[in-house]
Unconditional design. Structure first.
Length: 511
């Protein structure tokens, strides 16, 4: 059993995709990084369908070759029966960028990332919970940790030479200690140590107050959508369902409904609600027809939320610790790893004296919030194009002004929708309306463009600027933006070569 250090330059709390990505990136730059994870990996987690940006992140981590040998299912796109329409969507179809992602058993994927972090020099401690944060003014400076009784016993038995800050644990007692640090990366997921316990500034959106119920199936028809490996999504009047084929021969199948609809049916029992939802979707019925449910059902409220601040003096919140989005667009791991890249680049540049801490924080705050808001609006627009059925569920997926601050919304979309001037001059109400309307139009256009593959090929041959503009637009939402000067946020962008950090745009340097 390893002994925790008393100090670290960077302390990461949480070993999910957000925490292990940030930790690995910093360790690869030579920083002293300690990561505390309360569970022992492999541990279960929902969130199995990834987006193609995962390949760019894995490249930055130096783990691509290793990942390709893990055997995860390759995901080349999605098949949707959405409202009255059907779409087969291929990654890279318009942009030519990454043409696949993975469907992953999260216990294996997260374990893979954490083991990779260890191999890159991160000091990882599993079974260690960050219990309390101690502050110097607003700046977190120390964490009090706790290792459970079983871990404590193992530690006492395996090594009597204890660091002075550790209270040696007797048999059956938890072991406790303290670690100080320069920077804290809170990657504690939905627990959100900073936001929930100290800042108390997490705000739930009114929109997307949904609940998910899911289980794992075997012997299903994995080719019901015509192509193995894709995620299948089917809408029903009360919500929608996912089917994600995993490499262990199981399929993750879940239904998402509004919380009130689920509460109203609760007396029927979860199994019946789940079975009825599958029976209502022709797509999910054909997938599950030959199969059997081989697990218990799980359920989780997946209400969307965002903290009012994503960072502050000496700390950065990445992934679900900062914000969470309804799972329809499989954006969770993308946002977690993207924000981890932003946090690692910010801390690395602060240490190298390339940017002032306040500037790096302003960059991180705006960049991550913009990435989140763009997805949030995209999500609402996606729900809007599927809304053919009259049902409360579909009405409840409309983003309102109460959900998003108009100033933040304008900043996130200023260079993306319509003329910059239109949006800059718009009032709060018209800005909100303008952005939503434009996004719905673009989503609709994008889906229809990709619906007819022959038409798409002709469009790409004859009108390449139309398809290129479309691809640029969606890349700025689903891709890793702010990675070049043209995309700079608050005068800074992430440089990935020759080494990870933040760079200033040329104009800013001249000024
Ligand atoms: C129903 C549902 C379906 C989803 N589907 C998808 C999907 O298809 N694709 C997708 O990309 N995303 C999906 N998501 C979202 C995805 O699960 C998350 O966004 C993603 O896991 C976030 O990663 P993270 O690293 O921020 O947090 P997590 O993966 O949650 O990791 C946080 C880690 O921190 C640890 N921790 C917490 N508190 C402490 C503490 N005090 N001390 C030490 N350790 C601590 C936890 O044990 C955990 O291991 C879905 C979510 C839901 C609810």
């Amino acid at each position: 059993m390893s002994i925790l250090p008393e100090t670290a330059k960077v302390l990461v709390v949480g070993g999910g995709p957000g925490g292990s990505t940030a930790a690995t990136l910093l360790a690869r730059l030579g920083h002293d990084v300690t990561l505390l994870e309360q569970s022992h990996f492999p541990r279960y987690h929902i969130g199995e369908s990834l987006l193609p940006t995962i390949l760019d992140v894995i490249d930055l981590l130096g783990a691509r070759e290793k990942l390709e040998t893990c055997g995860f299912t390759r995901k080349r796109g999605a098949y949707l029966e959405w409202g009255p329409e059907t779409w087969g969507l291929n990654f890279g179809e318009l942009s030519g960028n990454s043409t696949y992602a993975f469907q992953v058993v999260r216990s294996e994927f997260d374990h893979f990332l954490l083991e990779h972090a260890k191999s890159q020099g991160v000091r990882v401690f599993e079974g260690v919970e960050a219990e309390e944060i101690l502050f110097d003014g607003e700046r977190p400076r120390r964490v009090q940790w706790r290792r459970g009784p079983q871990d404590g016993q193992a530690a006492a038995g395996s090594n009597g030479n204890r660091a002075s800050s550790i209270n040696a644990a007797g048999a059956g007692e938890a072991e406790r200690g303290e670690i100080s640090f320069d920077y804290l990366i809170d990657a504690s997921g939905r627990n959100s140590l900073m936001a929930n316990r100290y800042l108390r500034n997490r705000r739930f959106h009114k929109v997307f107050q949904n609940v998910a119920v899911w289980g794992y199936w075997k012997n299903v028809d994995r080719l019901a959508t015509g192509r193995e490996g894709d995620i299948a999504v089917g809408s029903i009047p009360a919500g929608w369902l996912w089917a994600i084929p995993l490499h262990d021969e199981t399929m993750s199948i879940g239904v998402v409904m509004h919380k009130d609809a689920l509460a109203a049916k609760r007396h029927l029992g979860l199994e019946k609600i789940y079975a009825d939802a599958i029976a209502e979707s022709p797509l999910l019925t054909s997938i599950t027809r030959p199969g059997q449910l081989v697990s218990e059902l799980s359920t989780e409220q997946d209400y969307s939320y965002a903290s009012q601040k994503f960072c502050g003096p000496g700390y950065f919140m990445v992934g679900d610790a900062a914000c969470f989005l309804d799972p329809l667009l499989s954006s969770g791991v993308h946002l977690a790893t993207y924000s981890a890249v932003l946090a690692a680049a910010s801390i690395a540049s602060i240490y190298r004296g390339e940017v002032a801490a306040d500037d790096a924080m302003a960059f991180f705050e705006q960049c991550y919030r913009q990435a989140y808001l763009r997805f949030l609006v995209f999500l609402s627009a996606f729900y809007d194009v599927g809304r053919a059925k009259e049902s409360y569920f579909w009405e409840a997926q409309r983003l309102t002004q109460e959900d998003v601050d108009a100033g933040d919304l304008k900043r996130a979309f200023l260079n993306l929708v319509t003329g910059v001037k239109d949006l800059a001059d718009a009032t709060n109400e018209t800005a909100h309306h303008l952005v939503l309307e434009e996004m719905t139009r673009r989503v609709d256009e994008n889906l229809h463009m990709r619906q007819n593959k022959q038409h798409l090929a002709a469009l790409q041959a004859n009108e390449p600027t139309v398809t290129a503009a479309n691809a640029r637009f969606f890349n700025s939402i689903e891709g890793l933006f702010a990675l070049d000067a043209a995309d700079a946020v608050a005068g800074l962008y992430v440089r990935t070569k020759p080494i990870l950090g933040l760079s200033r745009t040329r104009e800013e340097t001249v000024n």
